[in-house]
Design a protein. Sequence first.
Length: 252
Amino acid sequence: MLTFERQEAILQLLELQKVAKLSELTQATGASESTIRRDLSELEKQKKIKRIHGGASLPTRKTDEPSLQDKEFSFTEAKQAIGRLAAGLIKDGDSIFVDAGSSTAAILPWIQARRITIVTNGLNIAAAAADNDFTTYVLGGYVKSGTRAFIGRAAVEALEQYRFDKAFLGTNGVDADFGYSTPDPEEASIKQLALRQAQEGYVLADASKLDQTSFSHIARLEEAVLLTEMSAEHESLLHRMRDYTIVKAVEL
C-alpha cells in the first residue's frame, strides 16, 4: 500500500469511528507500527488528525460536545486510573462537588472515605452516588440532552448555597495559555462557581484533552490541580504544565 493510500485508509477509519487505536490502524493498513506513527505525524502536521495516547482521533471544532454515551466508551482505562487517583484524595467527612461527566463518574467506585456528602450537577453522578449510599444533593435547572448536566440560572443559584472541601471537575481542553475549557459557556459557569466555592479544586483529564482548547474558558491552570495520565508521548508537555500548576499523573 502506497503512503497516500495508507493515509487515506487511516482517515476513512477515523471518519467511521472518530477515534482509532494504533493496533486498529496497523490491522486496517497492514503496515508496521513505526510506519503508522510516521503517517500520523504527517497527518497531524496537515491538521487532518489529532494524535492521542495510543492512537489518533479526528480534530474537533471548539463548540463540539461529545454526548455522555460517547464519552463513557472512550479512554475508559485512563479514566478509571485517574478516577482512582481522585478518590484517594477524599477524606472522611468531606463535602465534595462532583461535576457531570464520564471522567468524574469514574471517581465514585473507588471512594473509600466515610460520611462524605456529594453535590453534583450530573444525572449520571447522582444516580451512581445514590446507588453507593452517599449523601447526595442535586442541583436544579435545565438538563442538557447530550451531557445530562444541570445548567442555567436555577443550577447556579442552587450551587451558590454550598461550600466544599474539594471540587472535582471535568474538562474538554487543557492548555498552558487558555487554561481549562469546555464547549458550553453555561457548563463553564457551573464549573467556575464550583471551583470558587471549594477549598481545593481538581480537574480530571485523560491525555486526549492535553494541549487542546475548547470554546469556553473555565479557569487558569494554576487555579486547580491537574489529575491526568503519564505517557512518554506527553512527558515534555506535562513537564511544561508543571510550571503553571500541580500535576498528579498516573502511569498506565
